[in-house]
Design a protein around this ligand. Structure first.
Ligand code: HEM
Ligand SMILES: *[C@@H]1O[C@H](CO)[C@@H](O)[C@H](O)[C@H]1NC(C)=O
Length: 338
C-alpha cells in the first residue's frame, strides 16, 4: 500500500498542511473575537436598518445583490474582512480599487455609502464598515432567494489597504490549482472554494473575462448541443473575437440571473460555465474533489445552501489582527478617520 501513494494526493495534503500552519500563525491560534450580539445594546436596530436599505437597493437594481456580495469577497481576501476594499485612493494612501482584479470591475461602493450614512444617523460611530458590508452581503443573498445565516460581528475597519495583495485576488485564467491554493492559504478549504464559487449564480461578467473561454474550449465542454450553441452564439455577439466590446456584459447564469439558486452547478454539468475558472471546477483534468462537489450541489440544493452559509461565515471570519490593535470604526467608509 505504502508504495501506492499518489503524488497528486500528497500534493493536496501538503497544500492543506501549509494552509493549516499558516492559519494558526496568522490567527494566533484563536478564533476572531466576533459575536452574534455585538451590537445588541449599542445599536439594536442595525440589522433592521441594513435589511431595509438592501431591500431598497434591490428595487433600484436587482444586480445590486451581486455587487455587494462580490465586494465582501474582495474585502475579505485582502487583509481579512476589514473594509480595506472600500478605501479611496488619496495622496497618502494607495487603495485597492485600482488593483487589476478590481479596476473597472468592482462596483457597488455607493450602496455601502448609502447604508453607512443611515446607520451613522441611527448609531453614530458604532458600526464598522467591515461589519456593514458583511451583513449587507448576507442580506443580498437572502433577498434574491438564497439561504439565511447569522453573521458574527465586531470587526474593526483597517487604517490601511493593500494594493499588492489585491492584485493577488484570483482571476479566471490562472487555473484551478493556483486558485484552490489561494483559498487554502487563507484557511478556506476545497469545499469552501467550490461552495463560494456558487456566488456566480447571480451577477454579470464582462467580455474581457470570458472572451478566451467562448472562443476557446466552450464548445468542447458544452458538447455542441443545440441549446448551448444558441447560448454560445449569443455570447459571441456580445463579445466579438477581434476585440472591442470588452465592457459588454453577460450573466453568469443566463436562465435565472437574479435568483440565488444552485443552477450555477447545473451550468457546469452542461459545460456552460462562463469563466474558465468556473468550468474548471468540473472539467479540469485535475478536478477530482471539486467535480464531486459540483455534482453534489447540482443534485442537492439544500446541501449547497447549507455549505454556502458555513463557507460565508468562515470567509467572514477572516479578520485582520492588526485592525483589532489599531483599527477603528470609520465615519465614512471611503476614508480612515482623521
Ligand atoms: C474562485 C475564484 C473566483 C474568480 C476567478 C472570480 C472571478 C470573477 C470575475 C472575473 C467576475 C466578473 C468581473 C467583471 O466582469 O468585471 C466576477 C464576478 C462576480 N463574482 Fe467572482 N470570482 C471568484 C470567486 C467569487 C466568490 C468567492 C464570490 C463571492 C462569494 C464571487 C462573487 C462574484 C459576484 C457576485 C460577481 C458578479 C458581480 C457583478 O454582477 O458585477 N466570486 N468574479
Ligand atoms: C466564526 O467565528 C465565530 C466567532 O469567533 C465562531 O463562533 C464560529 O465557529 C466561526 N465559524 C466558522 C465557520 O468558522
Amino acid at each position: 500500500m505504502a508504495a501506492q501513494f499518489r503524488p497528486r494526493i500528497l500534493a493536496m495534503q501538503f497544500l492543506a498542511a501549509i494552509a493549516f500552519i499558516s492559519g494558526i500563525t496568522r490567527s494566533g491560534a484563536s478564533d476572531p473575537p466576533l459575536t452574534l450580539d455585538y451590537y445588541a445594546s449599542s445599536c439594536p436596530s442595525v440589522l433592521k436598518i441594513i435589511r431595509e436599505e438592501m431591500e431598497r437597493e434591490m428595487l433600484l437594481d436587482p444586480r445590486n445583490a451581486a455587487l455587494v456580495l462580490r465586494l465582501h469577497f474582495h474585502d475579505c481576501f485582502v487583509q481579512g474582512c476589514d473594509g480595506s476594499v472600500l478605501l479611496d485612493d488619496i495622496f497618502t494612501l494607495r487603495g485597492e480599487k485600482t488593483a487589476s482584479p478590481n479596476i473597472n470591475s468592482l462596483k457597488g461602493f455607493e450602496i455601502i455609502d448609502r447604508i453607512k450614512s443611515r446607520v451613522e444617523f441611527g448609531c453614530p460611530g458604532i458600526v464598522s464598515c467591515a461589519d456593514i458590508l458583511t451583513i449587507a452581503a448576507r442580506d443580498a443573498v437572502l433577498l434574491v432567494g438564497g439561504p439565511y445565516w447569522d453573521v458574527p460581528l465586531g470587526r474593526k475597519d483597517s487604517r490601511s489597504a493593500s494594493y499588492e495583495l489585491a492584485n493577488t485576488i484570483p482571476t479566471p485564467n490562472e487555473g484551478l490549482i493556483p486558485i484552490i491554493y489561494k483559498f487554502l492559504s487563507l484557511g478556506l478549504s476545497v469545499t469552501d472554494t467550490v461552495a463560494l464559487s456558487g456566488a456566480h449564480t447571480i451577477g454579470m461578467a464582462r467580455c474581457e473575462y470570458f472572451r478566451a473561454r467562448i472562443y476557446g474550449d466552450y464548445e468542447l465542454t458544452s458538447g455542441g448541443s443545440p441549446s448551448s450553441e444558441v447560448r454560445l452564439s449569443q455570447l459571441k455577439s456580445t463579445c466579438p473575437a477581434a476585440g472591442g466590446g470588452d465592457n459588454n456584459i453577460a450573466p453568469f447564469d443566463y436562465e435565472t440571473p437574479y435568483t440565488f439558486d444552485n443552477s450555477y452547478y447545473h451550468l457546469l454539468l452542461n459545460g456552460e460555465g462562463l469563466l474558465d475558472s468556473d468550468q474548471e471546477l468540473y472539467s479540469s483534468l485535475l478536478a477530482l474533489q471539486t467535480r464531486k462537489l459540483v455534482e453534489q450541489y447540482a443534485l442537492d440544493p439544500a446541501a449547497f445552501f447549507q455549505q454556502f452559509s458555513i463557507s460565508m461565515v468562515k470567509m467572514g471570519n477572516l479578520t485582520n489582527p492588526d485592525s483589532f490593535v489599531d483599527g477603528e470604526v470609520r465615519k465614512c467608509c471611503r476614508f480612515v478617520n482623521a
